[in-house]
Structures are given as C-alpha cells and as structure tokens.
Design a protein around this ligand. Structure first.
Ligand SMILES: *[C@@H]1O[C@H](CO)[C@@H](O)[C@H](O)[C@H]1NC(C)=O
Ligand SMILES: *[C@@H]1O[C@H](CO)[C@@H](O)[C@H](O)[C@H]1NC(C)=O
Ligand SMILES: *[C@@H]1O[C@H](CO)[C@@H](O)[C@H](O)[C@H]1NC(C)=O
Length: 229
C-alpha cells in the first residue's frame, strides 16, 4: 500500500518537474575550475528556515572572497570579506581543493571535515558551492558582481531540486574599505542587537517555504506518512 501510493505520488511529481533536469543540475562539475581570483557571492539558499529570514529582515550581507593558490599543490587561501550594515570583517582561511571538492585543512594542511562540492553552474565565470555542514548552504559566486536573470533562475531551480529555500540575492555593496568598523566584536554586537529586536522573521519564512516549494511540502508530508503508516 505504502509503495503503491509512493509510486503514484512520485510519478505525479516527475510529470510536473522532469527528473533529468535536477539530475543534471545537482551533478558535481567534471572538470576543476580555476578557483584563483576574486569571487563575489551573488545569491544563497539554505535548508534552514532562519537563514533567509535573517537575511531578509535583520541584515543583508555582502560577501566576497579572494582565492590564492599556495605553494603546496591543491592548497589555497580564501580571504573572506563580509559587510553587514556598514561593518566589515576579513577572515583568511586555508582550504584544500581537488576535482570538485573543497575541504578544510588542519594545521598540517591535511584535508579534514565535511566536503563542499562544486555543482554545475549556469555561467562560465560562476561557481555553485554546496556546503553540507550543520546548516546546508548553496552559494552562487561569480567573477562579476551581479548575475543575469537567467543565471539566477537556474540557481533557483537548483535550490528547488534540493528542496531548499528560495535563494536570496546578496548585497552588492562590495566596498570593504570604507566601513564603520572592521572590529569583529562590534560586528557580533550589532548582529545580536538586531536578532533581539526581531522575532517575527522565522514564522514568516515557515509560511514562505510551504507556499513557494510544492516539493518541500511533499517531502514533509512523506515524512509524516512514513512515520504513521
Ligand atoms: C554604518 O554606516 C551606514 C551608512 O554609511 C549606516 O546605514 C549604518 O547604520 C551604520 N552602521 C552602524 C552599525 O553604525
Ligand atoms: C579526485 O579524482 C581522483 C580520480 O578520480 C580520485 O582518485 C580522488 O580521490 C578525487 N579527489 C577527491 C578529493 O575527491
Ligand atoms: C550589474 O551591475 C552593474 C553595475 O553595478 C549595473 O550597471 C548592471 O545593470 C547590473 N546588471 C544586472 C544584470 O543586474
């Protein structure tokens, strides 16, 4: 009975959204792109409700990263640049990159932790990074500071394929030099203050999730179904 219903539901889903598209979009890249250079974070999706809600109502960050190859093969340094409400932070971090996989490194430059994977992107100068940590994040980066509507639509489809939230376009103010403060403590303070002031955001994003993605609602329903059948 369970199998039969699952088959019916699955075939309905596959009529609405052809499976090959998602298979294609969620395939890791075959050839390693050259990661060196400056990348601008364009848009971001997540499987956690709070993230897009926070982006929407509390702060709207700009993120960029400068990547440089290190002397050791496959080891790179990422200089992350964040700006939230005029406050900036810069955070250098070494990482390991091979094929389509990015890993953290320990003090001996040995790869460690959960891998981030590069997925297909809709443009030659873009990267789509899928990060599976406690919070799963899908990030669209480009050498350009903004993307075309078509590029964003493809990214949105990728997030939809994963059943994650509708991506949020990040701030395009990439001036990391003229900042109110570059003090990380001040930045953290400001974020705490803003968090304290808003509680409606998580509820709004719950509603948004179910209205936006039919297949998220479907997966949710399926989980309940499996639990009770
Ligand atoms: C930083 O400056 C911008 C304008 O330059 C202002 O909108 C923002 O509120 C300031 N942020 C803080 C934390 O003072
Ligand atoms: C990269 O690909 C090679 C050849 O397929 C494989 O041996 C290696 O383990 C891969 N590296 C990672 C980090 O997945
Ligand atoms: C990209 O940014 C430039 C300059 O900031 C702007 O002129 C252009 O219209 C933007 N393009 C898109 C597709 O938003």
């Amino acid at each position: 009975m369970k199998t039969c219903i699952a088959v019916v539901v699955l075939s309905l889903i596959s009529v609405c959204q052809p499976a090959p598209t998602c298979d294609q979009l969620l395939k890791p890249v075959d050839r390693s792109p050259d990661l060196s250079g400056s990348w601008f974070a364009i848009a971001m999706s997540s499987d956690v409700c709070l993230i897009p809600a926070l982006f929407n109502s509390l702060f709207w960050p700009s993120i960029a990263v400068d990547v440089t190859a290190q002397a050791t093969p496959k080891i790179y340094e990422a200089k992350f640049k964040f700006k939230i409400n005029g406050c900036c932070s810069k955070d250098p971090q070494p990482f390991f990159f091979e094929n389509n996989t990015i890993l953290n490194v320990d003090s001996n430059n040995a790869p460690t932790g959960d891998p981030d994977v590069l997925l297909q992107s809709g443009c030659p100068d873009c990267l789509v990074v899928k990060m599976d940590d406690n919070i799963n994040i899908l990030l669209l980066l480009s050498k350009r500071q903004n993307a075309t509507a078509a590029e964003l639509t493809q990214f949105e489809t990728q997030a939809d394929c994963l059943g994650w939230y509708k991506p949020h376009v990040l701030n395009t103010d990439h001036d990391y030099e003229n900042c109110n403060t570059t003090d990380d403590a001040a930045l953290t303070d400001m974020i705490h203050q803003r968090l304290k002031n808003t509680f409606a955001a998580p509820l709004n994003c719950m509603a948004e999730k179910f209205l936006y993605y039919p297949n998220v609602a479907y997966m949710w329903a399926q989980q309940w179904w499996n639990k009770f059948w």
